[in-house]
Design a protein around this ligand. Structure first.
Ligand code: GA4
Length: 333
């Protein structure tokens, strides 16, 4: 059992930076049922590294089932939740994020999706005496979300005219794909209002980029997610429980030699309502070489990055602090 130390409350607060932009950009909305979405997808990955997906085809019953199972889990006594083991890196975590001194106002479950989840053969163990129902709900959800994610990666590959349509999706479909699933529960925090009056925001999950290829987030209707815009201001993302929010990860930024942007994002806590988000992080196999895709490179275009394997990048990422610029270490000067 892990003893969860209580970090000082001051660690969670951010000075509030006001967005003085009177015309903040709007987040691209991609309708996956429309054929012209390919073009918009590429544009969204270039301009923001972030977009919202509607008509996604993920059955509502899988989403709702997982949300209610997850709420049941997070409402359970601490002693039960801790049976999932400490997050090193997979298990149940409370306030502590990673191993390098980051904290947030959040509880979470981090699960390894190493093997292909299969509804008849659940491979994801949430915790020892975990009800089968939670495992099945995760499996059904992940299978459907992974299918949608691969469709998006195939549309991107098509529009980018990569060698093959599955040039990106095959890394997620590979049975060695190192993908991860995370459920974050942000309890309401009554202290938020008091601190907001002093111009401070409470951090749920501190600013960071995701190391993988692509991340797919679905949340309940509680706000909190913010993305960092090019002008350095934070833009709140209106929650939408019927849609998915997708962001480009560091690995996809490298594979496109910087054309696609791995967007910095964070979550601020809410004073009244709890926020529940579930995120699928699509990652490549550990031995995959992460480098700009040759078919994307112009004649004399130089690679912005030194070549590395996903294993090397992941190792370095897990040794970093949340807000670090993890790609900096792999940049060519
Ligand atoms: C950010 C994206 C994913 O949530 C995650 C996170 C991981 C963790 O929670 O253990 C990290 C973070 C994430 C990057 C830097 C390191 C590792 C916490 C942290 C401080 C699961 C991932 O892959 O990288």
């Amino acid at each position: 059992m892990v003893a969860i130390s209580k970090p000082p409350v001051e660690l969670f607060f951010l000075k509030q930076i006001t967005n003085n932009n009177h015309h903040p950009p709007t987040i691209p909305i991609i309708d996956l049922s429309k054929t012209e979405s390919k073009h918009l997808l590429v544009k969204a990955c270039q301009d923001f590294g972030f977009f919202k997906v509607v008509n996604h085809g993920v059955p509502l019953k899988f989403i709702n089932k997982l949300e209610s199972e997850a709420m049941k889990f997070f409402s359970s006594p601490l002693s039960f939740k801790q049976k999932a083991g400490p997050p090193d890196p997979f298990g149940y975590g409370n306030k502590q994020l990673g191993q390098n001194g980051d904290f947030g106002w959040v509880e979470y479950l981090l699960l390894n999706l190493k093997a292909e989840p299969d509804r008849n053969n659940p491979t994801i163990s949430v915790c020892e005496d975990n009800p089968q129902e939670f495992q099945c709900a995760v499996n059904d959800y992940v299978i459907a979300v992974k299918k949608m994610t691969c469709e998006i990666l195939e549309l991107l590959a098509d529009e980018l005219k990569l060698q093959s349509r599955d040039a990106l999706s095959k890394m997620l479909l590979d049975e060695q794909s190192d993908s991860v699933f995370r459920v974050n529960y942000y309890p309401p925090c009554p202290e938020v209002q008091e601190h907001e009056m002093k111009g401070k925001k409470l951090i749920g999950f501190g600013e960071h980029t995701d190391p993988q290829i692509i991340s797919v987030l679905r949340s309940n209707n509680t706000s909190g997610l913010e993305i960092l815009l090019k002008d350095g201001s934070w833009m709140p993302v209106s929650p939408d429980s019927n849609s998915f929010f997708i962001n480009v990860g560091d690995s996809l930024q490298v594979m496109t030699n910087g054309r696609f942007k791995s967007v910095k994002h964070r979550v601020v806590a809410n004073s009244l309502k709890s926020r529940l988000s579930m995120i699928y992080f699509g990652g490549p196999p550990l031995n995959e070489k992460i480098a700009p895709l040759p078919s994307l490179m112009e004649n004399d275009e130089a690679s912005l990055y030194k070549e590395f394997t996903w294993f090397e990048y992941k190792k370095s990422a897990f040794n970093s602090r949340l807000s670090d610029n993890r790609l900096g270490f792999f940049e060519n000067n």
